[in-house]
Write a protein of this length. Structure first.
Length: 122
């Protein structure tokens, strides 16, 4: 069973933004033929130990922001909100984007390529 789980894990590693314990447990449930097996935190920890999977923190950004696209998006939003009454316009900062964003931690067997700096989380 470990072999199939790790095959799926390696396929996701570097492709999926953040691999969490919940994601690995979901893969295990999907590929597991034994339906009554408990995928506890202890099970996940032992799987990580057996296969050299570590939890790392992602730092930085992969690329800089496309200023032209940001300016164009700002103009489109301005045009859209010009039709609204001032009382119906709310603060539209980045808070909503962080509310459901991926975590800063990921499970991996290799170096995290999310940014310039990467550290082991221990």
């Amino acid at each position: 069973m470990d072999t199939r789980i790790m095959k799926e894990f390696k396929g996701m590693d570097g492709v999926v933004e953040a691999i969490t314990g919940k994601v690995v447990k979901g893969v295990a449930i999907r590929v597991n033929e034994v339906t009554n097996m408990k995928h506890s935190k202890g099970w996940l920890y032992k799987l990580q130990q057996r296969h050299g999977v570590v939890r790392k923190r992602k730092y930085g950004e992969v690329a800089s922001v496309d200023q032209e696209a940001a300016t164009e998006g700002r103009k489109k939003m301005q045009k859209l909100t010009d039709t609204y009454a001032r009382s119906n316009i709310y603060n539209m900062d980045e808070t909503s984007f962080f509310f459901q964003s991926e975590g800063k931690m990921t499970l991996t067997q290799k170096k995290v390529v999310s940014g310039a700096r990467t550290r082991n989380f221990e």
